[in-house]
Design a protein around this ligand. Structure first.
Ligand code: NAI
Length: 385
């Protein structure tokens, strides 16, 4: 089998998320990094692309040049990843979808709900994949939680509690550091800071695991560092389509917390607990029984978890391998389409544009609610009410 051709926009040298994408996409030998506009600085981007062994004629200076170059080729890329800063996602994703490319866009997919609606409609019309990199949905035990809920192990889900709380913007003396400041500047970050950056990962995970969508929410935001216009802490209560009650805490000032992405799901027949910093164990407590530790790679897990598990039991797996599962699933769906067959059903749960839109609608609802004394607010975007 020939490798799929993969292109990347953003994720240049020294970027935070670029290496995780390259590790993930490269792991299974399914994708070859063929084209890139990797950096805001054209010269740096081209030079880095060359070091990553991208051919000179496909080491582009910017994304428009890449779009024109790849659109004109017969051997055009099969998938493009958009890993640039947030405010550029919409126009790049829209432009590549319009030209018939499959896209994996970093989160948040857009800056507004209206843009999100446009991308969902465009992806539907074009028949192309528009995936959104909620990469934590690639963890084997997160997929196992989803499978357990779907097959009824927990019975009716009553409660879900999700957190994404870190402490890396807690130093008031460092608040004016440009690398931190832009995140709390509405002109650059949009309507929300930590909720749009981190809270949406936890909210997406609550939806992914329960198979439910958020219908309404009540949010309380705080800017713990005085000069900040946007929130650096948020507490959100929410209700879901299947009747589950949700609680979400997100923070950037929780000193001592590292990545802090955790989820607990409580149903009528048992409860689950998982933490992204210890991703190889899932705690399952059937009602009136003692807690069991489910080990990634261990016996008796769901086919979804087995498909996503790569290293033998007892050896740690982490975030780049979760990203690898997103890429493996996309490769399966793209290859199946090329071969005119149905994809493996276990590969079809990658978050899509609709998840990106729902997240943005939740961010806007949270901002509205927080500005209105935590009033309960409708979440669903206009096209889905
Ligand atoms: P970063 O600032 O570390 O890197 C951004 C990269 O994009 C740099 O190499 C920069 O030169 C390049 N770039 C900027 N504008 C560009 C343009 N117009 N064309 C081509 N390249 C351009 O940013 P970071 O932290 O890597 O974040 C990138 C995106 O990934 C953000 O949207 C962020 O929200 C998302 N992210 C997602 C995570 C996840 O778990 N899914 C985790 C961390 C970030």
């Amino acid at each position: 089998m020939t490798k799929l051709k993969w292109g990347m926009i953003g994720g240049g040298e020294g970027s935070q998320i670029g290496p995780a994408h390259r590790l993930g996409a490269g792991l299974d030998g399914l994708f070859e990094l063929t084209a890139g506009a990797l950096d805001a600085d054209a010269k740096k981007g081209r030079a880095y692309a060359r070091r990553l062994e991208i051919a000179p004629d496909r080491a582009y200076g910017d994304w428009r040049e890449m779009l024109a170059g790849e659109s004109a080729r017969e051997d055009r890329i099969d998938l493009v990843t958009v890993a640039t800063p947030n405010s550029t996602h919409f126009e790049i994703t829209r432009a590549f979808l319009e030209q018939g490319f499959d896209v994996l866009c970093e989160k948040p997919m857009t800056m507004t709900v209206e843009e999100g609606e446009e991308i969902v409609a465009l992806a539907e019309k074009s028949g192309r994949i528009c995936a959104v990199n909620y990469g934590y949905s690639g963890y084997p035990l997160v997929r196992h939680m989803r499978a357990m809920v779907a097959r009824g192990d927990l019975g009716q889900v009553r409660l879900v509690k999700a957190e994404f709380a870190h402490g890396f913007h807690a130093d008031a003396a460092d608040a004016d550091n440009p690398r931190v400041r832009w995140r709390y500047d509405p002109a650059q970050a949009g309507v929300s800071a930590v909720m749009a950056d981190c809270g949406i990962h936890a909210l997406h995970m609550a939806c992914f695991v329960t198979g439910q969508e958020v219908t309404s929410l009540s949010a309380d935001f705080a800017s713990c560092i005085e000069r900040r216009t946007l929130e650096d802490d948020g507490m959100v209560s929410f209700r879901m389509t299947g009747g589950a009650v949700g609680r979400l805490w997100t923070s950037a000032v929780a000193v001592g917390r590292m990545h802090g992405l955790n989820i607990q799901v409580f149903g009528e027949k048992g409860g689950l607990r998982w933490a992204q910093e210890w991703p190889n164990q899932l705690y399952w407590t059937p009602l009136n029984e003692t807690t069991r530790t489910l080990e990634r790679g261990g016996p008796g897990l769901s086919p979804e978890a087995d498909r996503a598990s790569r290293v033998t039991i007892g050896h740690a797996e982490g975030m780049p391998l979760a990203f690898a599962n997103i890429y493996a699933d996309l490769a399966e769906v793209i290859t199946a389409r090329k071969e005119g067959r149905a994809p493996d059903p276990a590969a079809t749960h990658t978050p899509r544009a609709i998840d990106g839109l729902n997240s943005m609608a939740a961010v806007y609802a949270a901002v509205e609610s927080a500005g209105n004394g935590s009033r309960w607010t409708e979440v669903r975007p206009p096209s889905r009410r």
